[in-house]
Design a protein around this ligand. Structure first.
Ligand SMILES: [Zn+2]
Length: 175
């Protein structure tokens, strides 16, 4: 964005805020050359990057696709739609702040996986299996193995800390 004071084109975004009708975004910017701050109003479709898909095609960013993918992964899991929406909002906000023209679909996928990993193991593995489209079953098993190792380490830490271990009782294998 061209600085209105000195005409330099390098700036950083300090703050991004959506207008009420969600079609225009107001941004505070700071010129990197003269440090002057200025405000721009930009249409939302000009702000969000195009998503580069695995086959190289570009498509407009669509927040609903994140929500839809997460909902599918979280089916019958104790995850509220509000939490899913919060993750989608955070990813959208991050993309707006980065203000890049294009972003790879794996960038978004990794963000979603990181969020799901914190929320729910089953939802995480479901999403990862679709998202990463594992090359073969070995790779999928490896992922699950790493996940259960992680879990074991967490549980060990928990029992070492001497805190009660009730919350995982329901998912323990029965003999
Ligand atoms: Zn300037």
């Amino acid at each position: 964005m061209k600085c209105p004071a000195c005409g330099a084109i390098d700036d950083r975004v300090i703050d991004s805020r959506m207008a009420k009708d969600n079609s225009v975004i107001r941004r505070r910017r700071q010129c990197l050359a003269c440090k002057k701050r200025f405000t721009t109003y930009e249409r939302i479709e000009e702000i969000l990057p195009y998503v580069i898909k695995k086959d190289g095609r570009r498509e407009a960013f669509d927040r609903r696709k994140i929500v839809e993918g997460m909902r599918r992964a979280c089916e019958k899991r104790p995850i509220s739609i509000e939490r899913i929406e919060t993750v989608a909002d955070a990813i959208e906000q991050e993309l707006m702040d980065r203000s890049e023209k294009e972003i790879s679909v794996s960038f978004i996928g990794e963000r979603v996986m990181a969020a799901l990993e914190e929320m729910d193991d089953i939802a995480y593995v479901r999403f990862a299996s679709v998202y990463r489209s594992f090359r073969d079953i070995e790779e999928f098993i490896q992922e699950i193995r790493e996940l259960s190792d992680l879990k074991e380490a967490r549980e060990q830490r928990r029992s070492q800390n001497g805190s009660p271990d009730g919350e995982d009782a329901e998912i323990q294998d029965s003999p």
